[in-house]
Write a protein that binds this ligand. Structure first.
Ligand code: F0G
Length: 502
């Protein structure tokens, strides 16, 4: 365990940290202004980062701590931000770590990120930790966000960018939580929201949120990957529709998700833990964590980085195969004095695995629908995180996921199935001897227990409540504010018609 370094504060020299978007592929490394709305690098199609020159004064942990004590007054959530509102936010009180905005009044906040790092001794004993030998397990409850999942961290940042560029319509494909989060922010900022969900692939807790918050919800006949391909096409290739994409391929989302790691460090009094363990779906979260630690180390706010474990469901394990079976690694390439974010990797091996999956007709399937994803969009960024954090990738079965979800509930605040993967992964890694029983481990619980009540009820009663589910398109809601989902074929014209934009 290492204590974060403390340095004297640097007086402001009147300089401001400049931000840009940059392709992470070292062979491209194209640069674009922050003001440009992009889904991927126009030059090579690669993933973009938000990069900084870090010329501003060095941030201090004490500044962030002080802001957490803010009292108010508060204004309307999502409205024009006040200093009190952004200090209250568990994302924006770390704003010097994500300084892509031009002015603080552009910032969007709804009070996200007031989450909770809890020591979990009972669970630690059950999982095989050696408490008397210094072993410690902490759980980071991201389900305490306004929409009930970690997504609000990223959505606050992406909506801030959307506001900066004057977006009026925002959209996402989702396994549920992104849509719930998008819909809350859309309702509070007044941006028109479109949500694409796979047919029958969403937990009702999450679907109910998107409907309640007024998003236009398209239930596309296909899975998450099909939904993302459709909305990416509309956002990227049809500028006339004017849709701003809110999935984690949007690099501004990941800037906000870096705050989760700041709060973990804060909860440990700025001591770096030995391990961060997180479920992996579209791989945005682990990618954001990797970038956070690369940058915090560069800034001198920490003097070492924790190890990373990404846990996938056995039935949805593309990263596991690419990392463990095919041995694909991110090779960092230094390009200047800043943190090393660009690199190279074996493109052909990744493509070969995707082709193999398609040829075999292999589709992701897991009880943890949040992480049921075939082609994770942030794959390469997750490889960068694994490289920077000396990481490992493991899979756990659906049975292990629901078992460990129940264990969290038995001794804590509870979590949804995908988050149970973190805890199942910790047990597996302790058994393997990779995590030592005397180490300090932080498991990220990404979503609230109430997100997927069907899985919980089925586990505790044996009753499959989803079997009684009706075809939503046949239902006839009668409420004044009823906002039923629109069932639509996986077809561009039909989708544009359902969005009301053609
Ligand atoms: N846990 C929960 C509860 C999630 O909702 C997700 C992703 C993940 C873990 C995986 O995170 O994609 O950053 O690796 N849900 C997305 C969605 C895909 O659409 O809500 P990731």
């Amino acid at each position: 365990m290492t204590t974060a370094q403390s340095r004297p504060s640097t007086p402001s020299q009147g300089t401001r940290t400049a931000a840009r978007q940059q392709c992470l592929d070292a062979d491209c490394a194209a640069v674009y202004p922050v003001s440009q709305v992009l889904v991927s690098c126009p030059k090579c199609g690669g993933l973009l980062d938000v990069d900084y020159d870090w010329a501003g004064p060095r941030p201090e942990w004490s500044t962030f701590e002080r802001r957490a004590l803010t009292k108010g007054p508060r204004r309307m959530a999502g409205g024009e931000a006040t200093t009190a509102a952004i200090d209250f936010s568990g994302v924006w009180r770390f704003r010097e770590i994500m300084p892509f905005f031009e002015r603080e009044d552009q910032i969007v906040t709804i009070g996200e990120g007031r989450t909770n790092l809890q020591k979990a001794d009972h669970l630690a004993c059950e999982l095989g930790f050696d408490l008397s030998g210094g072993g410690e397990l902490f759980l980071q409850y991201e389900g305490f966000n306004p929409s009930g999942s970690f997504k609000d961290n990223g959505m606050a940042a992406a909506f801030t960018h959307a506001r900066m560029v004057g977006a009026k319509r925002v959209a996402c494909a989702s396994t549920g939580n992104t849509s719930a989060s998008l819909a809350v922010y859309g309702a509070l900022t007044g941006m028109k929201c479109f949500v694409f969900i796979g047919d029958g692939k969403i937990a009702y807790g999450k679907l109910s949120q998107a409907l309640e918050y007024g998003a236009t919800t398209l239930q596309v006949a296909g899975d998450f990957d099909a939904c993302l391909a459709r909305i990416r096409h509309i956002a990227e290739k049809m500028p006339e529709v004017g849709v701003y994409l809110m999935n984690s391929v949007n690099p501004f989302r990941l800037e906000g998700q870096k705050a989760i790691m700041c709060r973990v460090l804060e909860g440990l009094d700025w001591e770096v833990p030995d391990w961060i363990v997180v479920p992996g779906g579209n791989l945005g979260n682990c990618s954001a964590f990797g970038k956070a630690f690369i940058e915090l180390k560069h800034l001198g706010l920490i003097d070492r980085v924790p190890r990373l474990a990404v846990i996938q469901a056995e039935g949805s394990s593309t990263l596991d195969r690419i990392y463990n079976q095919h041995g694909v690694r991110f090779e960092p390439v230094k390009d200047g004095d800043g943190p090393t974010l660009r690199g190279r990797w074996d493109h052909a091996k990744v493509e070969a695995e995707y082709t193999r999956m398609d040829t075999a007709g292999e589709r992701a399937k897991t009880v943890a629908t949040a992480i049921e994803i075939n082609r994770p969009v942030n794959l390469v960024k997750s490889l960068r995180a694994l490289q920077a954090m000396n990481g490992v990738v493991r899979t756990v079965t659906d049975a292990e996921i629901v078992e460990h979800k129940a264990l969290v509930g038995r001794w804590g605040f509870g979590c949804e199935p995908a988050s149970g993967a973190s805890v199942a992964g910790i047990r597996k890694l302790i058994k393997e001897g990779v995590i030592k029983p005397g180490e300090r481990v932080v498991g990220i619980l990404t979503g609230h227990v109430l997100k997927d009540p069907d899985v919980t009820v089925a586990y505790h009663t044996g009753i499959d409540t989803k079997a009684a589910a009706v075809d939503l398109s046949k239902a006839r809601p009668a409420g004044k504010w009823s906002n039923p989902p629109v069932k639509v074929a996986d077809d561009l014209d039909a989708i544009l018609k359902a969005m009301g934009v053609n």
